[in-house]
Design a protein around this ligand. Structure first.
Ligand SMILES: [Zn+2]
Length: 81
């Protein structure tokens, strides 16, 4: 019997952007997980690194939006004077 099952990891496959991976239960950091969609093999450790990069990008985009909002609000207030 195989312990492998499909599970959703909130990290996108670097090949196809799918978040479904075939992953063993209690996987080690050095174990490979397989993308359910394109079959791309990636070490769990590397996948987590990809996830950190993706999270950084999301955080940067959110910060950018916040900044734009602040600049707009600031410009509004400034123009009122
Ligand atoms: Zn994939």
């Amino acid at each position: 019997m195989t312990m492998e099952k499909n599970m959703t990891i909130p990290i996108q496959c670097p090949q196809c952007c799918s978040t479904e991976f075939e992953k063993k239960e209690n996987s080690l950091e050095t174990d490979f997980v397989k993308c359910h969609l394109c079959g791309h093999h990636i070490m769990l450790e590397d996948l987590k690194e990809v996830g950190v990069e993706q999270a950084k990008e999301i955080a940067i985009n959110m910060a950018k939006k916040e900044m734009e909002k602040m600049v707009k609000d600031f410009a509004k207030r400034f123009n009122k004077k």
